[in-house]
Ligand binder design. Structure first.
Ligand SMILES: Nc1ncnc2c1ncn2[C@@H]1O[C@H](COP(=O)(O)OP(=O)(O)OP(=O)(O)O)[C@@H](O)[C@H]1O
Length: 585
């Protein structure tokens, strides 16, 4: 397929640039074409193509196909996190601490990042991911990230009052982790920003980066937070060309400090500005829906094979989530689409899950027996995607590690470091976890029978060279789950009739049909006190509104808005006002 003139302009530009691209603009294709051209042109220095997710990186690698040279040093195709680790933090950490840091994905991977204050009463633990950190390591609690189930209204008030106290504890933990060499992606960003603020470290990095890279190309540039933008600014100052491609309306990572306004400001400072306004993915009605939600300046039009599809957006009303799928399948059938071609999307996972008839394990807490029962079902089901599979196996590995580290101080260490400390080979642990989960079937068992069989298996297991856990500890660690949590086990194995995902989980993807769910209780932003519909009506450019835009714009032929009956009138008026062709079922 030939590139369009706009896509070609992105490939050929000879200076730093920002290309604003509408959904389905074919930016991945254009960026890969540029990457291949530039890697062939540059004799000595590297070209970096940076994305935000591993899935996007894999897609780029796949599209580079047989052009293996482009994927070898000095070039780089990887995530922004890997770029920061490899080219910024590792060299400077080595210099400062004389050893290599140990990177972990998130705070969740390190035990001590969940903590309590004195006299907190009946609340859940505080976790580090609710905090932002200054470059000097000072913590700031972001109350918007505290989930509702932290505690009752009193507990939330208490937290707001004791904000400072929580921040002192969080700053301490952060410092201890840093000294232990345990660095999460977030901490790496904080460190990078800190070091970029020092003239001495800047000089060291400048030498390294200037010699290594001629150009960095950033995919999904709207997801850059302040830290990434600081790094790009630094690269530009080092004489490295910066090529950014993105859609500021698809910025849905504000929790990572990615705000469209700061990206726009940086983007505007780049010498070349391009716009890709042809949507090759969607039908005209879906393009109209996108335009009705967009805050930016792009004038999107349908250009691809679906530009001839006349299907309007469908608005369906529900009062219970389980009514959505049957109604959506009915609509889909009118257009000869089958269940496999649809995906149910929601902001919060629970809504899509419930609509698709899947029982959630959330709320099951950290019961280890339940984690093993869940992993068994997930591993046996052919429907489980690799991410869910990994998550389930991870939980079992953690349960086993807990049994192997009773009485040890493992709090400040990552999963990998704990394995090393107790002499467990991570691969062995993984296969042990998989075998354990597969050897036990929860179906038809009572919760106490199943818990007993877990303990028996662990007692009689072949632990190889690893020191087996004491039987006396197993009773404490592997207790039967609560009755309520166990009741959910019965439905673990039920395969949903239709796929579902959060909107965040389908970024960059496309589907013939999308069912976008607006539930009964819409999220109320703690700061603005507005819901997504207030934002849309009042023309406020907020993340909640952009989440709708990203969700809807995944659809190629059919977009069904499944809206709780409380809100259908408002949504209908909005679609009218924005000129979106739609029908209400
Ligand atoms: N020049 C073109 N001619 C025909 N089809 C194209 C062209 N460019 C892209 N496409 C098709 O349009 C669809 C969308 O492309 P792609 O997924 O690269 O978009 P995107 O810009 O990354 O979208 P988003 O930002 O919404 O995730 C793909 O199916 C792709 O094959």
């Amino acid at each position: 397929m030939k590139l369009t003139d706009d896509q070609q302009a992105l490939v050929d530009a000879e200076d730093s640039l920002f290309a604003a691209a509408c959904p389905g603009a074919g930016k991945t294709r254009a960026m890969v074409a540029r990457f291949l051209k530039r890697t062939a042109e540059e004799p000595r220095r590297g070209i970096a193509l940076i994305s935000f997710t591993n899935a996007a990186v894999d897609e780029v690698r796949r599209r580079c196909g047989n052009q293996g040279e482009a994927l070898r040093t000095p070039h780089f195709v990887g995530t922004f996190d890997t770029f920061i680790h490899r080219f910024i933090v590792t060299p400077l950490y080595l210099k400062a601490y004389r050893r290599k840091p140990n990177y972990v994905q998130s705070w969740h991977d390190v035990a001590c990042t969940s903590f309590r204050l004195r006299d907190m009463g009946r609340t859940k633990n505080l976790v580090l991911k609710w905090f932002d950190f200054d470059p000097d390591g000072r913590a700031h609690l972001n109350l918007n990230r505290v989930p509702q189930d932290f505690g009752d209204a009193g507990a939330h008030r208490m937290l707001a009052q004791r904000k400072q106290e929580t921040e002192v504890s969080a700053s301490h933990i952060f410092g201890r982790l840093l000294r232990a060499g345990t660095i999460t992606c977030e901490a790496a960003r904080v460190l990078a920003t800190f070091w970029l603020g020092s003239a001495e470290e800047r000089t060291i990095l400048e030498g390294l980066l200037r010699a290594r890279f001629a150009e960095v190309i950033v995919d999904e540039a709207q997801d850059c937070g302040r830290e990434e933008l600081g790094i790009l600014e630094f690269l530009r100052d080092c004489g490295v060309r910066v090529v950014m491609v993105g859609d500021v309306d698809q910025s849905i990572y504000e929790f990572r400090n990615a705000t469209p306004a700061v990206v726009q400001e940086f983007a505007a400072s780049l010498p070349v500005q391009l716009a890709l306004e042809d949507n090759w993915r969607s039908s005209p009605a879906i393009v109209a829906f996108n335009s009705g939600l967009r805050s930016g300046q792009l004038l999107e039009s349908a250009r691809g094979e679906h530009s001839v599809v006349q299907t309007p957006v469908h608005l369906i009303e529900f009062s219970a989530l389980d009514q959505i799928v049957p109604a959506a399948l009915d609509v889909a059938e009118q257009y000869k689409l089958v269940a496999d071609e649809l995906v149910v999307l929601s902001h919060a996972e629970a809504h899509g899950m419930k609509a698709a008839g899947v029982v959630s394990l959330e709320g099951a807490g950290s019961n280890r027996v339940l984690a093993i029962a869940n992993a068994g079902c997930k591993l046996r089901s052919r429907e489980t995607d690799p991410k869910a599979r990994k998550k389930a196996v991870d939980q079992v590995q953690r349960a086993i590690l807990a049994a192997l580290t009773v009485g040890r101080e493992t709090q400040h260490h990552s999963f990998a470091a704990v394995c090393e400390e107790v002499g467990v080979e991570p691969r062995w642990l993984e296969s042990f976890a998989v075998r354990l989960a597969l050897s036990l079937d929860a179906e038809g068992k009572t919760r106490s029978d199943f818990a007993a069989s877990v303990r028996d298996s662990l007692k009689t297991a072949d632990w190889g060279t690893v020191l087996a856990p004491a039987s006396s500890d197993l009773g404490n660690l592997f207790k039967a789950p609560s009755e309520g949590a166990w009741a959910g086990v019965a439905s673990f194995g039920n395969n949903p009739s239709i796929r579902y995902s959060t909107v965040h989980g389908v970024k960059g993807m496309e589907f013939p049909g999308v069912v976008l769910v607006l539930p009964d209780r819409l999220r109320v932003d703690k700061v603005t006190e507005r819901t997504v519909l207030d934002d849309w009506e009042g023309d406020h450019n907020t993340e909640a509104r952009r989440v709708l835009y990203v969700g809807g714009s995944r659809a190629q032929q059919l977009l069904v808005c499944a809206v709780h009956r409380k809100h259908t009138d408002r949504v209908a008026s909005l679609l009218d006002a924005k000129g979106v062709p739609y029908v209400k079922a």
